[in-house]
Design a protein around this ligand. Structure first.
Ligand SMILES: [Zn+2]
Length: 80
């Protein structure tokens, strides 16, 4: 039996930002063959430059979209 080991394109919690060590949500495969990992913060900060040198960009920053239930509007609560 031959188990094909596919290159995991998904980022995991073990992947860390090369800049700050936070969990990486962006993987950049360089045209030179290297690979860089960035957290969402640094992915945005270096995004433009990375696209120029990247061969492939795996962007999973959308996984971060935490929708905070914004407590919009405060009811008329007569106090005091
Ligand atoms: Zn970072």
């Amino acid at each position: 039996m031959n188990t094909a080991v596919a290159p995991s394109s998904r980022l995991t919690a073990a992947d860390r930002c090369d800049r700050c060590g936070a969990q990486a949500y962006l993987r950049v495969e360089l045209q030179s063959g290297g690979e860089l990992l960035f957290c969402a913060h640094h992915a945005r900060e270096h995004g433009d430059k990375l696209k120029q040198i990247a061969a492939t960009v795996v962007d999973e920053t959308d996984r971060l979209t935490d929708r905070n239930p914004t407590t919009a509007g405060s009811g008329a609560d007569g106090q005091g």
